[in-house]
Write a new protein. Structure first.
Length: 244
């Protein structure tokens, strides 16, 4: 059986591989509801700023403090969001089928950075929204740090010409603390910010400085949204308030 090419591989066109069948769309809705209901009940999920999600392709960039962040982001909107995944996860046919239905797509691991960015561009060019955590891996602490943010989302957004939607997540560290494998009942709040438009290209290219400036803008917006989400989730008190 021939190996199915992954996004970013340039072994074949990705358009036909991205289209969902009618059965795929139906299964996605079933699985989405199956995940959404327990998330809503267990975490009392609250989503602010749904109106900020644009139609068409965009990059959703969220803060990342817990392993529960990915499913939270996945059910915060009924839009089908796309996620990158290690191609080895698709070695299991049942798991691979489930991940594909839920918006996941495999990325080759030989040249991770270049291939992953090319895969992200593939998905966005097909008109689909893509999730990219700008911190890369899960971080700790009540504040974002500029040095932890990668330029990946800004680079891809600039190259393809799509907006970045920053999203702050609050309460997820209580819902699934570091070192825990069992979620706990906790209030989780998602705050969706306004889209950040990509810079204009100069002679068909985006200057490196413009990408860095877009990353700076994302850091500022995401930092504010993260604090707002933490306050709404009860993780911290508003500035200037006093505990009784």
């Amino acid at each position: 059986m021939p190996e199915e090419p992954t996004y970013g591989s340039q072994k074949s066109e990705t358009l036909s591989r991205s289209r969902q069948t009618i059965l795929g769309r139906a299964l996605y809705r079933v699985f989405w509801v199956t995940v959404y209901i327990p998330v809503k009940l267990l975490f009392r999920l609250r989503v602010e700023g749904q109106h900020n999600l644009p139609d068409g392709p965009f990059i959703l960039s969220a803060s990342h403090r817990s392993f529960i962040d990915t499913p939270i982001v996945g059910v915060m909107t009924s839009k089908r969001l796309r996620f990158m995944g290690k191609e080895s996860l698709w070695n299991s046919r049942p798991l691979g089928a489930f991940l594909t239905i839920m918006g996941g797509f495999p990325v080759e691991r030989d040249s991770v950075d270049r291939t992953a960015l090319r895969a992200a561009a593939d998905v966005l060019k097909l008109g689909e929204p893509l999730v990219m955590f700008p911190e890369g891996t899960r971080q700790e602490g009540p504040r974002l740090r500029r040095e932890d943010l990668h330029d990946g989302p800004a680079f891809v957004a600039s190259r393809v010409g799509v907006p970045i939607v920053p999203v702050g997540l609050g309460g997820t560290t209580k819902a699934l603390p570091l070192g825990s494998s069992v979620p706990r009942p906790a209030k989780v709040v998602v705050v969706i910010g306004e889209p950040i438009l990509p810079p204009e290209k100069v002679n068909g290219r985006v200057p490196r400085r413009a990408v860095a400036e877009l990353s700076d803008r994302l850091f500022e917006e995401l930092s504010d949204l993260f604090v707002e989400a933490r306050i709404l989730a009860g993780d911290e008190q508003p500035a200037g308030s006093q505990n009784p």
